[in-house]
Ligand binder design. Structure first.
Ligand code: FDA
Length: 394
């Protein structure tokens, strides 16, 4: 029976980082994945350019039932450490809004970086490999890989969340946690577009591709100011994806379609200057014309010359555009979600080592844990930080 010091299940962001670190410490490491190649999510991330971290990372950028949990790993391996690694490997990158860092060329650069780090040690990798029959032994674990029995002292679960099953996502890590008596918190798709009720879906499908800056607030009071994108299925864009992690089914969201100006003040000024200008023409100076047409038709807005609109009507229009309320009928689910909320309960995991407190040698890292980052490179930073930390302890 082949024996390893460490077996890492999952050759994604967290698993490869962990394997490279453990290997560089001289551990005999095997990484296994049922997919045919490593890092498939990395390759498609950030529109193919991988938003690999963010200049500004704090625990506040993560959702977790145990809010202090992420602090230790994020402090042990920071965004600056990963940026240093990126620089050492000569990967060119640039900053976009909100401190987000992307590769200049391709997300492949990040996968190649991780594989090059693995190559600095002797790390075995097996793809198209099914993992079965994991059992705990006195000094480690025994498992079957494509039917072959192997042993390891430390077992690292880096199988990610449920989003994008087409790319190989499975509930394997949750099932394994439950097998060892660990609690798994309910999971839900996050960083995901909203779908709309049929009538709105049809109306807004006509303006699919239109994007507007806005602020979206959930019923729990969480607010993000970013772009909103109308799609043929519903609502997307960064503002929507961000709030989807905080939205609960059945709730409405409130959208300020003009977050940096007062609509009433703008309309009053227009009314003074151009009294015969219609509401539609006036609004089309502020918003995309096709959106204005859909909203006028949908909510019977008074499309008259501005001089015919009294202050009360302007107040109503002001309220409408600054507090446009819409109730999604759901989300697009795991099919298009970037991440999964919930997962292995972190209360049973050491925040300093990522080892299960009551099961020596068993580690959980990355998205399989109940740790979900905001949009903006935070999920990869969690994968790097948690993978690096476990890599020092396995
Ligand atoms: P990850 O999912 O990367 O890896 C898990 C691995 O486990 C996979 O290789 C899988 O095949 C394997 N596996 C699963 N079940 C198995 C089983 N039963 N047996 C063997 N192997 C198994 N984040 C970010 O910070 N910036 C970004 O730009 C993006 N962009 C983005 C775009 C899209 C479309 C998606 C879907 C996601 C993102 N993300 C992101 C999120 C980011 O990709 C995600 O949080 C990390 O990849 C999580 O890393 P993990 O290593 O935990 O899981």
């Amino acid at each position: 029976m082949t024996e390893y010091d460490v077996i890492v299940i999952g050759a994604g962001a967290a698993g490869l980082m962990c394997a490279a670190q453990a290997g560089q410490r001289g551990r005999r490491v095997l990484v296994v994945d049922h997919a045919k190649k490593p890092g498939r999510k990395i390759l498609i991330s950030g529109g193919g350019r991988c938003n690999f971290t963010n200049y500004d990372v704090t625990a506040n950028n993560f959702l977790c039932e145990n809010p202090h949990f992420v602090k230790s790993a994020l402090a042990q391996y920071t965004q600056w450490d990963f940026i240093g690694l990126v620089t050492t490997h000569g990967v060119a990158y640039h900053e976009r809004d909100h401190g987000q860092l992307f590769c200049d060329d391709s997300a492949k650069d990040i996968v190649n970086l991780l594989l090059a780090e693995c190559d600095q040690a002797t790390i075995s990798q097996r793809y198209r490999c099914e993992v079965h029959d994991i059992e705990r032994e006195e000094t480690g674990f025994r498992l079957k890989l494509n039917g072959e029995l192997v042993r390891c002292q430390s077992l690292v679960v880096a199988t990610g969340g449920l989003s994008m099953p087409k790319l190989g996502a499975t509930p394997f890590g949750y099932q394994l946690a439950e097998q060892f008596g660990l609690k798994v918190l309910p999971t839900r798709a996050a960083l995901v577009p909203y779908t709309l009720h049929q009538e709105d879906k049809t109306r807004f499908a006509d303006i699919s591709g239109v994007s507007v800056p806005c602020s979206i607030t959930t019923e729990s009071g969480v607010c993000f100011t970013e772009n909103l994108l109308f799609t043929h299925r519903g609502l997307s864009g960064p503002a929507v994806l961000q709030t989807s992690s905080f939205w609960q089914p059945g709730e409405a969201v409130t959208i300020d379609l003009l977050p940096s100006e007062s609509l009433k003040e703008v309309l009053v000024a227009m009314r003074d200057k151009h009294p015969n200008q219609t509401l539609k023409t006036s609004l089309s100076r502020l918003f995309p014309k096709r959106l204005v047409e859909v909203l006028i038709a949908r909510d019977s807005l008074p499309d008259k010359p501005l001089k015919q609109l009294d202050d009360k009507q302007l107040d109503q229009l002001h309220h409408y555009f600054h507090q446009w309320s819409i109730a999604p009928n759901g989300t697009e689910g795991y099919r298009t979600a970037e991440v999964t909320l919930g997962g292995v309960d972190t209360h049973a995991i050491s925040s300093k080592t990522l080892e299960a407190r009551d099961i020596p040698g068993l580690y959980f890292i990355g998205e399989v844990l109940d740790v979900t980052g905001w949009l903006g490179g935070y999920n990869f930073q969690w994968a790097w930080s948690s993978g690096w930390v476990a890599g020092q302890h396995v």
